[in-house]
Design a protein. Sequence first.
Length: 243
Amino acid sequence: MVQYLHAVLRNALQHAVREELVQRNVAKLVQVQTPRYRVGRGLSVAEGKKLLDEVRDDRLSAAYVLALYLGLRRGELLGLHWSDVDLDGGSLEIRTALQRVNGELTLTAPKTRRSERPVPLPAVCVDALRRHRERQAEEREAAGEQWQETGLVFTTRRGTPIEPRNLNRHFYPIRERPGLDVRFHDLRHTCVTLLLGLGIPPHIVRAIVGHSALDVTMNIYAHADMTEKRAALDKLGDLLSDE
């Protein structure tokens, strides 16, 4: 809370400096501890496969596929429109996010400027979205006059936007069946760490998931497990060995 309040005050005073309302930003003279960000551990490759098997026949299966393969945020998934998806071209555009603002579900701009981005769709995501579109057409027909057309990719069975917290609630029993102790947001974390583990350049990973800065990609999400550390030190040992 102290870090947050300091950041707000520092930014406000800096704006005042630019407007020549004050001569200097005294908040910059105050030292606060560097924030420590908490992220989940994410899923291993084996756990990721278990999750994909678990959601294969779920009505929101495609949402989990996109979260895991593309690292989309919850709000980006729920704010995705079919008009922003090109299945034939294999790509989608992140333009809006669904959030609850002042008690109402609202389509807003994504989290940061870099969050508005084009994202290529691998074949597995295209297939998942095609199946989802067919399922949604069946739900539209079943709902009849109760269907409310929003153009959203992921909706309730009546076509209305999905409450973001309800997506979390939907995920709870899914993760528990295979014994996975992760949050929905950790699927995004999994995407980032697995891409980095494959040796994908950090700036490419940042562009895919829409991080505001490369520091976020590397300092918050990139971490090595004991196996990777041991392998690295074994390589160093071989290099320095006399044999």
